[in-house]
Ligand binder design. Structure first.
Ligand SMILES: [Zn+2]
Length: 83
C-alpha cells in the first residue's frame, strides 16, 4: 500500500509539504490520533489493541508481526523504545 504525494499534508491541516506531512513535525501523530478516535472512539492504544484482540490477555502483537515476516519492521521500530 502506498499513498500518493500530493504536496498537501495528509492530516488535513492544508499545509504544503514535499512529503506526506507538514515539515514542522507532529502532523503524522495528530493524524493517527484523529483516525484512531474516529475508528475506535479513543486514542488509547491499549484499548484499541484490546479491542482488536491483542495484549497480555490476547494475541501477542510482536509475535504476530514476526509470524507474518515483518522482522524488518520490528527491527526498525526498536529505535522508538524511549524508556
Ligand atoms: Zn498537517
Amino acid at each position: 500500500m502506498r499513498a500518493p504525494k500530493t504536496g498537501e499534508c495528509y492530516c488535513g491541516c492544508g499545509k504544503p509539504t514535499k512529503s506526506y506531512f507538514a515539515e514542522e513535525g507532529g502532523h503524522d501523530l495528530k493524524a493517527a490520533a484523529m483516525l484512531h478516535f474516529i475508528k475506535y472512539g479513543t486514542t488509547n492504544m491499549a484499548a484499541i489493541l484490546h479491542e482488536e484482540g491483542f495484549g497480555p490477555e490476547g494475541e501477542n502483537l510482536t509475535e504476530k508481526a514476526k509470524a507474518r515476516g515483518y522482522q524488518r519492521l520490528i527491527d526498525a521500530l526498536k529505535g522508538l523504545e524511549w524508556a
